[in-house]
Ligand binder design. Sequence first.
Ligand code: 13P
Ligand code: SF4
Length: 346
Amino acid sequence: MNVEEIYKAMQEKLRNVVPEAELRYKAELAAEINRLKEEKNAVILGHNYMEPALYHFVPDIRGDSLELARKAAQTDKDVIVFCGVRFMAETAKILNPQKTVLLPAQKAGCSLAESITAEDVRRLRQMYPGVPVVTYINTYADVKAECDICCTSGNAAAVVESLHSDTVIFIPDEYLARNVALETGKHIIFPDLKGRSDNAADTDVDFQMIGWRGRCEVHEQFTVEDINTVRQQFPDVVILAHPECSPEVTRAADFSGSTSAMIKYVEQTTAPHYLLLTECAMGDNIAAANPDKEMLRLCSVRCPHMNEITMEDTLNALKHNRYVIEVPEDIRVRALRSVQRMLEIG
Ligand code: 13P
Ligand code: SF4
């Protein structure tokens, strides 16, 4: 599509979510990104949290962490531009060592990935010898390399159950671990690295999940009070919460699932109002794609990391071949085992 065609399509799709004054400029950026993408034989992957113009008009493939990891494993392009955060781009590199993987903004991190180190995992393994370690995909490659298998919000319970193990270490998201423990009927403890449990009475029992106290700085902010307040005002609202929210919040919500599961839920149901407890851009993206759905866009929390990725950065990534993601080969091959084992589960 040329600039004029993209501009018209943007006017049509984004009229309720992006100010008209921004659209022509964004259309020009999108056209230039598409041109360079062809020239460099690149594919652009975009996470569901990207801002609406980028999300709807730039990526070849959109999705949640699991879908994007699967697609990254299948591409035949020379260059992968990852419009998401660093751990996602690293996963693409782990799966595609021969390809150039670019992350458009250097600072796009994640509070969960930063909550745990490879050394922490080694110490957990010493404390619980022989216990398999599941890592949420929101970790860096060196942490994945110390673990047995990855999971995402879309398959966490299935991954834990696939291990058929009495006890499982699940890192680093405390709330996802608690939600999985509830879903799979498991008892969970949170030891510190000195060997103490936060619940002394539990140390003798045959506990089944051992968690870590990482949190998503976005999802930990949602509370049951938020839900109650919205329900008072909109009694017919359907509330969807990401499983990185606390179990109190996911239980008080009507549905909990990965970002793509939430999108599908809204697409496939008919409710007077929907509220998403997740990164705000997703509400805009769903509203743009489903003008007939009434999204309550009570936008209070943004992911500062996902928000680092802009259309300008994406264009510059292609133009200047930046920022190249590298994973040392010895770490990559070990991390790959954890990622592949997850992908084989389906
Ligand atoms: P999804 O895998 O559900 O897209 O989640 C990724 C993420 O970082 C949510 O905060
Ligand atoms: Fe990480 Fe939370 Fe941002 Fe997702 S929303 S990238 S888990 S900080």
